[in-house]
Design a protein around this ligand. Structure first.
Ligand code: FPP
Length: 277
């Protein structure tokens, strides 16, 4: 993210326009950024060099998503399990994150990006917490892309927090057992729509404890590219692949032909009315 803003070239603008015309742009893209270490090792570099180059991929991807009109981009930047890495790597990652936040918030703001985060933010170093809070506050009224950084995050951690809070609310009578529905559970989770497209880099076929509830109907795209080698071209390939898929949400093609596939916001009601679940 240290480089200057990469303006979309004429060619790139054309490609974005073609993508917009050829089908739906996913409203929410989530990415498991993987392969930083391998990218560096294969080049005889220390692992941190992979993370540093990975920041460049973040910058380019955020910019391209904003230009394309993607509404939410959620990046799995640091998992609950990543705390178990060697102390030196954890602290270098935190320093890199802090630097990226300091360097980039202005540009995010200028580009109308709203910065938010999910995860156990209180577990992060205080300077990172402060930078996230200030960046979030500064960009909160922006209306373009919402960039969600998943930090000290895991799906099971999020579900555990939600269940604890529900148990408390049940005990105090704020909610009743009968009121528990998918909708209500969703209200105890991060305020993000379900992802339409999940991208995972480095060729691994796993979801690694990411957004476990929210990924129920998400289309998955796996690329062999390591995250530091991921640039907007590969993002466009993933979106083109997504546009060729038929998202049936448990229904049959004929039902979908009658109406345009619904947005996530109306999906739960629709699924319930069709399946009775
Ligand atoms: C996975 O590669 C990547 C991470 C654990 C960290 C991702 C962090 C960044 C790209 C930098 C900071 C992020 C932001 C949002 C500014 P890996 O280390 O697991 O690679 P490997 O599987 O090849 O070892």
């Amino acid at each position: 993210m240290a480089k200057g803003p990469q303006q979309a070239t004429g060619e790139d603008r054309k490609e974005q326009e073609t993508l917009r015309r050829s089908g739906e742009i996913p409203r929410h893209i989530a990415i498991i950024m993987d392969g930083n270490g391998r990218w560096a090792t294969e080049r005889g570099l220390p692992r941190i060099a992979g993370h540093t180059e990975g920041v460049e991929s973040v910058r380019d991807t955020v910019e391209a998503c904003g230009q394309l009109g993607v509404e939410y981009l959620t990046l799995y930047a640091f998992s609950t399990e990543n705390w178990k890495r060697p102390q030196e790597e954890v602290s270098l990652l935190m320093r890199l994150l802090l630097k990226a936040l300091r360097d980039e918030t202005d540009r995010l703001h200028t580009n109308n990006v709203r910065l938010t985060s999910i995860g156990d933010i209180a577990a992060l170093p205080v300077e990172v917490q402060r930078e996230l809070a200030e960046g979030g506050e500064r960009t909160r009224n922006n209306t373009g892309l919402t960039l969600v950084l998943a930090l000290s995050y895991s799906g099971r951690w999020e579900l555990t927090q939600a269940i604890r809070k529900m148990a408390r609310d049940l005990q105090t009578g704020r909610i009743t057992e009968q009121a528990i529905s998918e909708e209500l559970i969703g209200q105890y989770l991060a305020e993000i729509p379900d992802p339409d497209l999940l991208i995972r880099t480095s060729g691994e076929f796993r979801i690694s404890n990411f957004l476990l509830w929210q990924l129920a109907y998400t289309e998955i795209f796996i690329t062999p590219k390591y995250w530091p080698a991921f640039r907007r071209e590969e993002l466009y390939t993933a979106i083109r692949d997504y546009q060729r898929r038929e998202r049936r949400f448990g229904m049959v093609s004929e039902q979908l032909a009658k109406e345009k596939p619904p947005r996530q916001s109306v999906l739960r009601g629709l699924i319930r009315s069709v399946t009775g679940l």
